[in-house]
Ligand binder design. Structure first.
Ligand SMILES: CNC(=O)c1c(C)[nH]c(/C=C2\C(=O)Nc3ccc(Cl)cc32)c1C
Length: 278
């Protein structure tokens, strides 16, 4: 029996972005707290609608402890709206955490930084694992797309959909925000690849610790120049040289020099940190 909007009670709006609105909902039959991401697809071309459907179908096939669980989708054709129902992440998103730390003059601990790095890498490993030859590259890894559950464990969300909504379409103009995590290959109009997600992971980890992206500028051309150069300050000295080094390795201009997901997870220090998490 497909789900319907009447099966849920909307509790509150918990996030809005260029991709749509995120609402906290309650499933009436058992009181389970979930979220839905609601998006208007009326202005999409047929090709974009098909891409959105295939991205949602990919989401439903990804089952991993560090990827937001997909529950269901509801399509309201009368309003040209799609509602994607997913697990609730009580800890919110990393962008909110970074903003709060900046405001309060606080910073995350070294242990927490390693936890986020390891769990997000594990989530990307699952995304990149090819299913029927199809890799699900995240394409938009950033603090606003990484969520935390009640135990501050990582839940990666909102991937793949970015590909649909970034395409040259009526959605393009709704895409807001500076692409601080754009990799050198994307700046140079080369193809996006798995190592581009590694670059974004390095940028996200850097910002989580330093409370600022590695590359900032007041305009796109200056940002592109800095990204191509690849120079950025060391993490704040409270963080170990090992953490600075592994993040620095991810943010290398030369794609081939960046570590693979396998080599990150095989790093003896990562393994030691991972054992401490389990
Ligand atoms: C300030 N942020 C929040 O309060 C917040 C909370 C507590 N949860 C969320 C967002 C999600 C959430 O709780 N589960 C999600 C699954 C997929 C996606 Cl794309 C987003 C979410 C947000 C934005």
């Amino acid at each position: 029996m497909p789900a319907s909007l009447d099966d849920f009670q909307v509790i509150s709006t918990i996030g809005t972005g260029s991709y749509g609105t995120c609402k906290k909902i309650c499933r009436k039959k058992d009181g389970k707290i979930l979220v839905w991401k609601e998006m208007e697809y009326g202005s999409m071309t047929e090709a974009e609608k098909q891409m959105l459907v295939s991205e949602v179908n990919l989401l439903r096939e990804l089952h991993h402890q560090h990827i937001v669980k997909y529950y269901d989708r509801i399509i309201d054709r009368t309003k040209a709206m799609i509602y994607i129902i997913m697990e609730y992440c009580e800890g919110g998103d990393l962008a909110t955490l970074i903003a709060a730390n900046k405001k309060n003059g606080e910073s995350i601990t070294e242990d927490f930084a390693w936890k986020i790095l390891i769990q997000t890498t594990l989530a990307l490993k699952e995304c990149h694992r090819r299913k029927n030859g199809q890799a699900v590259l995240h394409r938009d890894l950033k603090p606003a797309n990484v969520f935390l559950d009640k135990d501050s464990n990582v839940k990666l969300g909102d991937f793949g959909l970015a590909r649909v909504l970034h395409s040259e379409s009526s959605f393009a103009q709704t895409y807001v925000g500076t692409p601080y995590y754009m990799s050198p290959e994307l700046v140079n109009n080369l193809s996006y690849n798995e190592k581009s997600d590694i670059w974004a992971l390095g940028c996200m980890m850097y910002e989580l610790c330093a409370l600022s992206p590695p590359f900032t500028a007041s305009n796109q051309s200056e940002l592109n120049r800095k990204i191509r150069l690849g120079d950025f300050p060391r993490l704040p000295l409270k963080y170990s040289i090992e953490l600075d080094m592994i993040i620095r390795k991810m943010i290398q201009v030369e794609v081939s020099q960046r570590p693979s997901i396998g080599s990150i997870l095989a790093d003896p220090l990562v393994q030691k940190r991972r054992e401490a998490l389990e």
